[in-house]
Design a protein around this ligand. Structure first.
Ligand code: CMC
Length: 392
C-alpha cells in the first residue's frame, strides 16, 4: 500500500507537459503545433510536417529547402548494417528486424548518442528521419528475397521509399505521383499522436538518459502490439477472414459477446470518442489509390464499408463510442500499394519516428525532466520468514 493514486492504463494521468500535439477526442480534433491534421495532410508534405513537429513552426521556403537537403544527405545507412539483416531468418517478421536494426544504429552512429549536446540531438533526429525509409525498405527487400535498393536522393521522401521497396535491378520503375502522394499522406497522418503507448515508451526509456536510437527501438517494440500499431495488420487480416458482406453480422455478434475476446480491429480508441479525423482522410486516400490502380471491386473494401456502416448504427458501438480509427482503412490502402500485411506496422513505425523523436527532444530539453519512475500498490504477501527447502 502507499499514498499513490492507482490509475491502470493511465486513463487520467498526464505524464508530461507538451506543446507538440493536441487531441480533442470528443470532437475528433487533431492538431500538430496548432495546425489541423486535415490541412497538413491536404497541403503539405511529410518533411514539412517533420520540420513542424521538431521546430514548432512551419518552415519558410529557405528553411524547408535546407531541411530537405539535410535529411536527404543522411538517407544512406552504414554499409556494414547490410550484414545485420543477413543475420535474421528470411521469414522473420519485419518488425522484429526493425527492433534490432534501429537499436543497432547506436553502434554505428556513436557521435549522435551524446544527448547532452543539442547539435548532436538534432543530428540524431535527422539521421533517424532520413534512414528509417532505407531501413524499412531493406527489411522489406530482405523479407521478399530481393536485392537491397539504395536511396535515390533526387526523389521526394515518399517517392524514394516506394522506389527502394519496389524497384528491381532488371526493370524500369517509375513512381506514380498519385501513389506517392498517398504514401506521403499516410506518413503525415501517422507522424505523431501525443502520449500513446509507444511515445510514452520512448519518453520513459529516454528519461534514463538512454541514447535516442535505443529509445526509438523501444518505441518500435511497443508499437508492434495489436492494440496499438499492429492493429493495421490485424484489421486487414480480420477483413480477409470475414471475407464477404454476408458474414459481417456473425463478427459483429462476436465483437459484442462479453465472453468472446474478439474485437473489431480498427475500431475504438482510448482518446477518440468520435470519428478519428485521420480515418476520414485515410478513407478518402483509399478510394484515390484504388481508382488510380483501376481496382473497381475490392472485396475487402466492400466488407470494410459495410462493416463500418453496420457498426456505426449498432447500439453496442454507439453506446461505447466505438468509431473506426486510422488503422481501419490504412491496411486496404497499403495492400493496394503492394505491401504485404507484415509491412504495415513497419510503415507506421517509419512515419511515427518523427513524433517519437520530437517528443524525446522536448523531454530532454525540459528543465523539469526527471527519470520516469511510476510507483505501485503492493498487493503481495506481507513480511514472512524464509523456510528451508526440506521443510516446504
Ligand atoms: N470491438 C469491440 N468492443 C470493443 C472494441 C472493439 N474494437 N474496442 C473497445 N471495445 C469495448 C471493450 O470491450 C470495452 O467494453 P466494456 O466496457 O463492456 O468492458 C469498452 O469498449 C472499452 O474498451 P477498453 O478496452 O476499455 O478501451 P481502451 O481505451 O482501453 O482501448 C483500444 C482502446 C484501441 C485498445 C480498443 O478500442 C481496441 O482494442 N481496439 C481494437 C484495436 C485497434 O484498433 N487499435 C488501434 C488503435 S488506433 C492506432 C494506434 O493507437 O496505434
Amino acid at each position: 500500500t502507499g499514498a499513490f493514486t492507482y490509475d491502470p492504463g493511465f486513463t487520467s494521468t498526464a505524464s508530461c507537459e507538451s506543446k507538440i500535439t493536441y487531441i480533442d477526442g470528443d470532437e475528433g480534433v487533431l492538431l500538430h503545433r496548432g495546425y489541423p491534421i486535415e490541412q497538413l495532410a491536404e497541403n503539405g508534405d511529410f518533411l514539412e510536417a517533420c520540420y513542424l513537429l521538431l521546430y514548432g513552426e512551419l518552415p519558410t521556403k529557405a528553411q524547408k529547402a535546407d531541411f530537405d537537403e539535410r535529411v536527404t544527405r543522411h538517407t544512406m545507412v552504414h554499409e556494414q548494417m547490410v550484414w545485420l539483416y543477413r543475420g535474421f531468418r528470411r521469414d522473420a517478421h519485419p518488425m522484429a528486424v526493425m527492433c534490432g536494426v534501429v537499436g543497432a544504429m547506436s553502434a554505428f552512429y556513436h557521435d549522435s548518442t551524446d544527448i547532452s549536446d543539442p547539435q548532436q540531438r538534432m543530428i540524431a533526429s535527422i539521421r533517424l528521419i532520413a534512414k528509417m525509409p532505407t531501413i524499412a525498405a531493406m527489411a522489406y527487400k530482405y523479407h521478399v528475397g530481393q536485392p537491397f535498393v539504395y536511396p535515390k536522393n533526387n526523389l521526394s521522401y515518399a517517392e524514394n521509399f516506394l522506389h527502394m521497396c519496389f524497384a528491381v535491378p532488371c526493370e524500369e520503375y517509375k513512381v506514380s505521383p498519385v501513389l506517392a502522394r498517398a504514401m506521403e499522406r499516410i506518413f503525415i497522418l501517422h507522424a505523431d499522436h501525443e502520449q500513446n503507448a509507444s511515445t510514452s515508451t520512448v519518453r520513459l526509456a529516454g528519461s534514463s538518459g538512454a541514447n535516442p536510437f535505443a529509445c526509438i527501438a523501444a518505441g518500435i517494440a511497443c508499437l508492434w502490439g495489436p492494440a496499438h500499431g499492429g492493429a493495421n495488420e490485424a484489421a486487414l487480416n480480420m477483413l480477409a477472414e470475414i471475407g464477404s458482406v454476408d458474414r459481417i453480422p456473425e463478427y459483429i455478434a462476436k465483437a459484442k459477446d462479453k465472453n468472446d475476446p474478439f474485437r473489431l480491429m480498427g475500431f475504438g480508441h482510448r482518446v477518440y470518442k468520435n470519428y478519428d479525423p485521420r480515418a476520414k482522410i485515410m478513407q478518402k486516400t483509399t478510394h484515390e489509390v484504388l481508382k488510380e490502380l483501376g481496382i473497381k471491386d475490392d472485396p475487402l473494401l466492400d466488407v470494410a464499408m459495410e462493416l463500418e456502416k453496420i457498426a456505426l448504427t449498432d447500439e453496442y458501438f454507439i453506446e461505447k463510442k466505438l468509431y473506426p480509427n486510422i488503422d481501419f482503412y490504412s491496411g486496404i490502402t497499403l495492400k493496394a500499394l503492394g505491401f504485404p500485411t507484415t509491412m504495415f506496422t513497419v510503415l507506421f513505425a517509419l512515419a511515427r519516428t518523427v513524433g517519437w523523436i520530437a517528443q524525446w527532444k522536448e523531454m530532454i530539453e525540459d528543465p523539469s525532466q526527471k527519470i520516469g519512475r511510476p510507483r505501485q500498490l503492493y498487493t503481495g504477501e506481507p513480511t514472512r520468514d524464509y523456510v528451508s527447502i526440506d521443510k516446504r
